[in-house]
Design a protein around this ligand. Structure first.
Ligand SMILES: [Zn+2]
Length: 363
């Protein structure tokens, strides 16, 4: 049974009592001191062992989270006005550990999940706890729909559903956010307002992260609703495309990291729902017509044209997303899943696509 791992990024409540703050601060500072000098000024023994295990290479300028062994941490869901969860952190100064409150994370921590590891750290004078949980979730083997997802420049993601031809374009707003903050950063950069620039940087990241979370959630929710297998284009291809794209404007809008994140988010949200995700090479998916599998024309950015099918203005991302979904059909028997789409399949020479896929693969 596949294990779904998920990290919950939680913020520690700000109004901790002074005693707790001092104990936490001391444990953290002593860990940093220990890592840099190997001198133990007072560190909870298991925390020290964890540090020895995980931090083999220590950089002088970095600060490291307290890594807490899974059997030593306790998380209780006990919401009240100040906190959603309460966790017990083992520290040297307080016998029996320190109970601290956590603000409600982006998604609730599942009750039946196994806690794997937790990392406590400080950033911008705030405390955070990353909780990693593991859950055994059986993967579905039979599907009635396929969602193909193309990730690109104009839209961070374009999804198509083979069962009903539904197409969704995502992430225009992300480009907007990135564009706006890029402009602001540059304007302020001239005035050397470094602090402001930094602040905007993290603000932009948070907004972008929220958008990516929402996109991935929406795609996975559609897969849950329609019992669909998810097919993603492999992003290795995008990096090549990036190098080919000229001009600052495009480079600014295309970040390999965002695509990587989106892929990861979709994968783990799908894993939690027992939905299989297949990744296929994106090669040629944007060049070939989804209907006749012939090479098309892309004179106008964003539009795909095929002379044979007399297609003049198919959206290029949509065409690519369909090709990605079709491509996976050649793989599904290998990974042991079946897809039975209740409706007649859209007219496409599937065999040709699979044959082509076989040659692609051998190259
Ligand atoms: Zn065609």
């Amino acid at each position: 049974m596949p294990l779904a791992k998920k990290c919950y990024h939680c913020r520690v409540i700000e109004d901790l009592t002074n005693t707790k703050l001092v104990a936490l601060e001391q444990e953290y500072n002593n860990l940093q001191h220990y890592l840099q000098t190997k001198e133990d000024l007072g560190l909870y023994s298991a925390n020290k062992q964890q540090a020895d295990r995980f931090y083999k290479i220590v950089k002088k300028t970095s600060r490291y989270p307290i890594s807490i062994r899974n059997d030593l941490i306790r998380i209780e869901h006990n919401p009240n006005t100040i906190a959603e969860y309460w966790v017990r952190i083992p520290v040297k100064l307080v016998r029996g550990g320190l109970w601290i409150g956590l603000i409600k994370p982006y998604e609730p921590i599942p009750k039946d999940a196994k806690i794997c590891e937790c990392k406590l750290y400080k950033r911008d004078n705030r405390w955070f706890l990353d909780v990693v949980v593991e859950k055994e979730i059986p993967e579905k083997l039979q599907y009635q729909n396929v969602i193909g997802v193309d990730m690109g420049i104009r839209h961070i993601a374009t999804s198509v559903e083979l069962a009903n031809d539904l197409t969704k374009f995502y992430g225009k707003n992300l480009n907007h956010v990135r564009g706006h903050y890029f402009w602001l950063r540059r304007k302020l950069g001239i005035k050397k307002a470094i602090d402001t620039v930094k602040k905007i940087g993290s603000h932009e990241k948070r907004i972008a992260n929220d958008i990516i979370h929402n996109i991935s959630r929406d795609i996975v929710n559609r897969a849950i609703e329609t019992n669909a297998l998810i097919v993603l284009g492999d992003i290795k291809h995008l990096r090549r495309r990036r190098q080919n794209t000229k001009g600052r404007k495009f480079n600014r809008k295309l970040s390999g990291f965002q695509y990587y994140k989106l892929t990861q988010y979709i994968k783990y949200k799908a894993a939690l729902a027992g939905i299989k995700v297949i990744q296929v090479s994106e090669r040629w998916t944007s060049q070939y017509c989804r209907k006749c599998n012939r090479k098309g024309i892309r004179k106008i950015q964003g539009l795909f044209q095929c002379k044979k099918c007399n297609v003049r203005s198919e959206n290029a991302d949509r065409n690519a997303a369909f090709n990605i979904a079709y491509r996976a059909l050649g793989y599904i028997s290998k990974v042991g899943v079946t897809v039975k789409i209740p409706r007649t399949f859209p007219s496409v020479d599937r065999n040709a696509m699979m044959r082509k896929e076989a040659t692609d693969f051998n190259q």
